[in-house]
Design a protein around this ligand. Structure first.
Ligand SMILES: [Zn+2]
Length: 207
């Protein structure tokens, strides 16, 4: 698992932590190592920009961003190439699931806006591991949505720098971008590499 450098309530799991989406035992083990509740508030993720406020543990509906002001309630999204992004306010925490579709629809800035409108403006953000520009080969139909973030893969084809897009969408916030490319580093699950149904998590909680 990856912990942010500062003691904020956030963690990003790796393949070695197990399939935390589908395996309750893996989820429990990760929770115990983090010292947090084993029941997380989660979503049915659909690559959109809908935001929900978590009212308790368990599934909170169909959305791609979730936040809470409840102490002791972890909020989590599951990823296997998409990026998990954790936002911390003084008394609230949110997490978003952003692949290229989520980035295109602005799910991360939408989460920040919803938290701000509720009086919990985020002050700090962490962008977790995901498929980086080195490996995110795309066609023109994807790249055209990100004119300022087009680059090339390590094998010379068109790619998009999604973390750069996300950081731009979080303009004004203090953002830590965690290292790690899920596709070319074996320590992560990668849908592109393996077609896996296994997932890692990006978790946030109020510390
Ligand atoms: Zn890579």
């Amino acid at each position: 698992m990856i912990r942010p450098p500062v003691g904020a309530g956030a963690a990003f799991s790796e393949a070695g932590d197990g399939d935390v989406r589908n395996d309750p035992t893996a989820r429990g083990g990760l929770s115990r190592r983090l010292g947090i509740a084993t029941e997380w508030a989660t979503l049915r993720q659909v690559h959109g920009a809908h935001v929900v406020e978590a009212v308790g543990p368990g599934p909170q509906g169909e959305a791609d961003a979730i936040w809470t002001t409840r102490n002791g309630l972890p909020v989590g999204v599951f990823t296997a190439d998409c990026f998990g992004v954790v936002l911390h306010a003084d008394d609230a925490v949110g997490v978003a699931h952003a692949g290229w579709r989520g980035a295109r629809s602005g799910v991360v800035s939408r989460l920040a806006a919803v938290m701000s409108e509720a009086g919990h403006a985020p002050r700090r953000a962490m962008v977790g591991p995901g498929i980086r520009a080195c490996c995110f080969e795309v066609g023109l139909e994807v790249a055209e949505h990100f004119p300022g973030a087009q680059t090339t893969t390590t094998w010379g084809t068109l790619s998009v720098d999604l973390p750069a897009v996300i950081v731009t969408q979080l303009g004004g916030l203090d953002v830590d971008v965690i290292e790690g490319c899920t596709r070319h580093e074996d320590r992560f699950f990668s849908h592109r590499r393996d077609g896996t149904r296994q997932r890692q998590t990006a978790l946030g909680w109020i510390p």
